[in-house]
Design a protein around this ligand. Structure first.
Ligand code: FAD
Length: 493
């Protein structure tokens, strides 16, 4: 008999899980507080412009292929490989670094800065490749039932990688490169894991292999929200039901079973099984009253930086900017040391700019650009007050205008700002942390909140703060892991 599954939230992890489960015959219903699906993978339509609200690109595109192949469907959106991957502007330097997958081409970007770049990069990436393939199936794409089970999995990773567990991301780069520029650019990815390259374990250098060699970076033709738009008909065809504008405010349980989720209007939503796509750590504390996830314990955990995002519709075509751009200052180490801890907005912020209209003209009126600016900032534990949002945004817009040589400020036709407070309230992100729990060695694998509840045997989790971790392809992997668990433990007979 078909088992019913209620999924709380409609982020990418939820949609992917719903697709896999409904394809296998489970009767799935999704409840979502927003008025549309996608979670952080959201869309903003305003003043004739269309913006991707959160993610703007991803690596490991093959995880999407696996997802749709597993349900016998072609990918319902068009993937677009980024070339160059992104550009990096460092304050005070005239040259703009364009990051290419082709290492010979990339070497030209670092001419006069890093001698023998190509040979050094090949050596560096060979090490990153080896750890990626040695951990992919042994650790990342695997369910663990206990810490012991996890440690046994880790023990199968070749011993040669052991020093990488203790070295920092930056220290690994220092073993291969001399110039600050190469080290800074190759270490930017560490910020997305929730820490700085100075305290992120060096194993994560494997991400540079997935991006620079293995798979590259991708986005979606017509905008990232086409991922969601493409998935919805497949879900509807498999009977998945959606209830939007439905905020869950309490969980009910008895013995070892969850008995329902109550919404703000007082309705009780029930099912045989529950999959929680809200944050896996804070849900346990706030809805299930677990001591291990009390507010004090949650605040003591390591969280990824919060997003400060600006969405600009700009009249005219901006010349000195590409599709994906990083704008950095010239005090990298100091900035990295203080950005997580400072209760005031950064004076000279580092930020990322995505100009989707460069490759997708439909998202801005003719002759105009749409800009998405993301400035990673401290979360609300450190800086709860964002009344200075306009000043920070103004500073970024002026800095960007100067650096690309275009008067952006005078040509703005549409402007929206989301502070960490907005992000927290829109998607229930704990303290406004943008990517959920960080990925230090004490918060991954069996040390991360599990995808199966510790006490309630009909409750599972999927999404950024459970295993394996955050990012679009990673939550898609998470959907496979949780589906495997549900099928093993609650198969349809
Ligand atoms: C600004 C920003 C930029 C990013 N850029 C990238 C990128 O370029 N590439 C990349 O790979 N990743 C990126 N990420 C990370 C990526 O967006 C996330 O890892 C991923 O989308 C998380 O998906 P999820 O399954 O955890 O669901 P979420 O997106 O967290 O969705 C959870 C859903 O649950 C709903 N919900 C929560 N609580 C309740 C409740 N009580 N009642 C009802 N509904 C509830 C929320 O409204 C939300 O819709 C970015 C994130 C941010 C914030």
């Amino acid at each position: 008999m078909a088992k019913s599954v209620l999924i709380l939230g409609s982020g990418l992890g939820a949609l992917s899980t719903a697709l896999r489960l409904s394809d296998k015959g489970y009767a799935v219903k999704i409840v979502e507080k927003q008025s549309r699906a996608g979670g952080r993978l959201h869309i903003l339509e305003k003043d004739g412009y269309t913006f991707d609200v959160g993610p703007s690109f991803f690596s490991m595109s093959y995880e999407f292929k696996e997802l749709f192949e597993s349900v016998g469907e072609p990918i319902p959106f068009e993937l677009n490989e980024l070339n160059p991957l992104y550009t990096v502007n460092i304050a005070g330097q005239d040259r703009v670094f364009q990051m290419h997958k082709d290492l010979t081409k990339l070497a030209k970007e670092f001419e006069g800065i890093e001698d023998d770049f190509e040979a050094k990069a090949r050596g560096y990436l060979a090490g990153a490749k080896s750890i990626f393939h040695d951990t992919e199936y042994r650790v990342v794409k695997k369910n663990f039932d206990s810490i012991l089970h996890y440690l046994l999995g880790m023990a199968k990773v070749p011993i040669k990688h052991l020093p990488k567990m203790f070295r920092s991301f930056w220290a690994e780069l220092e073993r291969h490169f001399e110039s600050e520029e190469v080290k800074i650019i190759f270490s930017l990815v560490a910020f997305f894991l929730g820490a700085t390259p100075f305290n992120t374990p060096s194993v994560y250098n494997l991400l540079n292999y997935t991006e620079l060699q293995y798979d590259g970076y991708w986005n979606v033709k017509g905008g990232m929200y086409n991922i969601v738009k493409g998935m919805l008909p497949l879900l509807e065809a498999r009977g998945v039901q959606f209830q939007y504008n439905c905020e869950i405010v309490a969980a009910e349980y008895s013995g070892k079973k969850m008995t329902g989720l109550r919404d703000a209007a007082g309705n009780l939503h029930t099912a045989d099984l529950y999959v929680i796509n809200a944050d896996a750590a804070s849900f346990r504390g706030q809805f299930l009253g677990r001591k291990k996830f009390s507010e004090a314990k949650l605040d003591a955990m390591d969280w990824t930086l919060a997003p400060f995002t600006i969405y600009l519709g700009v009249k005219g075509k901006i010349p000195g900017i590409h599709h994906h751009n990083y704008f950095l200052g010239n005090n990298f180490r100091d900035y990295a040391d203080t950005i997580f801890r400072s209760s005031v907005a950064p004076e000279k912020p580092y930020y990322y700019v995505n100009v989707a209209s460069k490759s997708n003209p439909n998202c801005a009126p003719e002759g105009c650009e749409n800009l998405f600016i993301l400035c990673p900032v401290p979360d609300m534990r450190v800086k709860p007050d964002w009344s200075d949002a306009k000043t920070l945004a103004q500073g970024i817009i002026e800095d960007l205008g100067e650096r690309v040589g275009y008067d952006i400020a005078s040509n703005i036709e549409s402007k929206t700002i989301y502070t960490p407070v907005d992000w927290a309230s829109m998607f229930n992100l704990y303290r406004g942390s943008g990517l959920g729990l960080a990925h230090g060695m004490n918060q991954i694998g069996a040390f991360r909140p599990a995808n199966k509840d510790e006490e309630l045997n009909n409750v599972y989790y999927v999404g950024a703060s459970t295993v394996p971790g955050t990012g679009l392809p990673i939550v898609v992997i998470g959907s496979r892991l949780v589906t495997e668990r549900i099928q093993d433990e609650h198969s349809i007979v």
